[in-house]
Structures are given as C-alpha cells and as structure tokens.
Design a protein around this ligand. Structure first.
Ligand code: KG4
Ligand code: ZN
Length: 340
C-alpha cells in the first residue's frame, strides 16, 4: 500500500509518500521560519495562509518524485494550530474523496514517537521514547503502534519552548534553540549554575518554566555582553540536558527496556545527543535518534503512521478533522493487539 502523508500542524508544510514494501519514496519540507522570525514566534493566521500557498506545489513535487498510484492518504489532524491543521486536513480529505481512496487523520506526536521506524535498523518494541519538541516534552513507554503509556510530561513549558524563551531573553532570534546552543559553545563552564528542576524527588514529570526565571534572576543588574550571554546559555543548556538525561534514564531503569528513542526538535541538540549516547554505552542500552530531518516536523513520519493504520484497515469518514488538543491517552492500536 502506498500512502501520501500531509503535515501542516504548525510552521512546516510537508508532504511524503511511503510504500509498505519499498519504504519512503519521497519527502519534502518547507519551513516557514523566515516568515515568522520578524514576529519572534509563530503567527497562526500567517501560518495557515502560507500552508495554503505551499501545500499543492509540494504535493505535486512528491507525487512526481514517487510516481505511480496512491492507495491512501494520511494527514495530521492534531494536536496543533487549528487553522493550519485544517489546510492539510481539507486538502487530504478532498483528494482522497476525488481519488476514491481511504483517508485517515493521524496524531502528530504519535508520528514523532514512531519516526525511528523510518530508519533501516528500527528499535524493537517495547522502547522508551523521550519526545522533546517546541510544544511537548514527554516520556512514553511504547509497547507497539497505538500502545503508549505516558510515564511523565512537562507540567509547564516544553523543553524547546524553554530554549526559545531563554534565547529571547539573551537577545537571540527565533527559533532560539539552535541559536542558544551555538552561543553556548562559547560559554565558560561554572560561571552560572542553574537548578535541575524536579530531579530531587521521584517521578518522571518535568518543569522548565522556573529555569527561565533562574536565568532572569542571574542576569539581573549585569551587562548583557556576548561573554555573559554565552556563559548563561551554556549553564542553561547544561541544566536542561542534565534534567532530560536524569529523567530518561530513570524511565529506562523503571521499565527495563533495551532501547531509548529520542525524538522531536530538541533531539537535534548536540550536547543532549552526546550525553545520551554516553549513557547508552555505559548501561548497554541502545540509544536511537531518528536522523535530523525526521526529528523535526516532517511528513515522512505521518505517511508511515498513516500506512500502519490504513493497512490495518482503519479509516475515517468524510468529515474534516482538526483538533488543537488531542491527549495521547485517547490513541488506540489500529488492529488486534500484538502481545509484546
Ligand atoms: O519538533 P520541532 O521541530 O517542532 C515542534 O515543536 O513540533 O521542535 C522545535 C523545537 C524548537 O523549540 C527549537 O528551538 C528546538 O526544537 N530546537 C533545539 C535545537 N534545534 C531545535 N533546541 C535546542 N538545541 C537545538 N540544537
Ligand atoms: Zn513536531
């Protein structure tokens, strides 16, 4: 079965074609980062309008590249910006109707969780996934498709959001995560020391909003020259990375899994990668990162997820779905549950 995937949940327009036998045939992403940069964050109305402009040319590109027929369509129907989601959902549902093929709306975060299955040597179920993006931070035990146990999540800001907000405090542009990480390379260790929130008590939840406040307090009354900002960026990055490492490893130990997957945009952070890989070696646990283009928002993960569900017989009706919020606990396996 050959599935067209469409992703428009936030500020990336993406399309991909995934074939059950041949794997990923084509995938394209158009990022709106430049469009939103002037405003310091994503402007939902501008995002929707830009998806409208970019989606059809992008679809044509992946369809030409993949060639052949399409047997089903999957579009992200949540969680995300409703106006943005509606563009992909309406186009996908309409194309499916015109082509007389089944259509399914899929969960963006589930796409991230299963993105490592796009790689050549995918991790076997069950695995623990640490999902760290701009909108979400969570740890999940992934037993199979649609079988997720949320072990912990952020009670306030997501890790990426904390990076972006702190970057703004340090006078950096949007999106701040990669820029803060670059600045941190010039920082001197030990100049600032920030807390590792919620690591001193049991549990797997996260809290990052206090860290941002800690940065504000530490910088109060100081001249914000590049050196000071770099020192603060390094201390902040170390605090976030330490916190993520401590919690992820707590989850691995508690569940006894053999693989840890790290997905989402913050997964691109080099310090996080190095620390997690070192921990994996020390404990004999496989640490898996989807390649960078499948860590950030993309439609390859949506087409793959759509394939897993459509091929199992799951289908949506003719309605066009878009959900700003969609708890992962509502997700179910596509077919009979395989016992792991
Ligand atoms: O998964 P993603 O592309 O989009 C969603 O939020 O779904 O994640 C984007 C987030 C942004 O907050 C961005 O600042 C952060 O990932 N990010 C990073 C790095 N690259 C991207 N944060 C820290 N270090 C990086 N190298
Ligand atoms: Zn995402």
């Amino acid at each position: 079965m050959r599935v067209l995937g469409i992703e428009t949940s936030c500020d990336e327009t993406a399309a991909a074609v995934y074939d059950g036998e041949a794997g990923l045939l084509a995938h394209e992403v158009y990022s709106q980062v430049e469009l939103h940069a002037a405003y310091g964050g994503v402007v939902p109305e501008l995002a929707s309008r830009d998806h409208l402009r970019k989606l059809l040319p992008l679809l044509k590109k992946v369809l030409d590249e993949a060639g052949g027929r399409i047997d089903g369509i999957a579009c992200t129907s949540g969680p995300g910006l409703v106006g943005a989601l509606l563009v992909g959902a309406a186009v996908g549902r309409s194309l499916a109707y015109a082509w007389r093929v089944p259509c399914i709306g899929v969960h963006h975060m589930e796409g991230h969780l299963l993105a490592p299955l796009l790689e050549e040597a995918p991790p076997a179920f069950p695995f623990v996934a640490l999902l760290v993006s701009g909108g979400h931070t969570l740890l999940a035990l992934v037993r199979g498709v649609g079988r997720y146990e949320i072990l912990g999540s952020s009670v306030d800001d997501a890790a990426g959001e904390a990076f972006d907000k702190t970057a703004k405090l340090l006078g950096l542009g949007y999106p701040g995560g990669p820029q803060l990480a670059r600045l941190a390379e010039r920082g001197r260790p030990g100049v600032f020391q920030f807390p590792r929130p919620m690591t001193d008590r049991p549990g797997l939840d996260f809290s990052f909003s206090g860290l941002k406040t800690a940065v504000v307090v530490a910088l109060r009354g100081r001249a914000l020259d590049v050196e000071t900002c770099a020192d603060a960026a390094l201390a902040f990055e170390e605090a976030v990375v330490d916190t993520l490492v401590i919690k992820a490893w707590r989850a691995v130990e508690a569940t006894g899994v053999e693989s840890l997957v790290i997905a989402g945009g913050v997964g691109a952070n080099r310090r996080l990668r190095a620390r997690m890989l070192a921990m994996g070696e020390r404990y004999g646990v496989r640490v898996v990162y989807p390649r960078a283009e499948f860590c950030t928002d993309n439609a390859a993960m949506i087409a793959l997820l759509g394939h897993l569900r459509l091929a199992a017989g799951q289908r949506d009706d003719l309605s066009i779905r878009a959900r700003a919020r969609w708890p992962m606990t509502e997700l179910e396996p596509p077919g009979p549950v395989a016992i792991v």
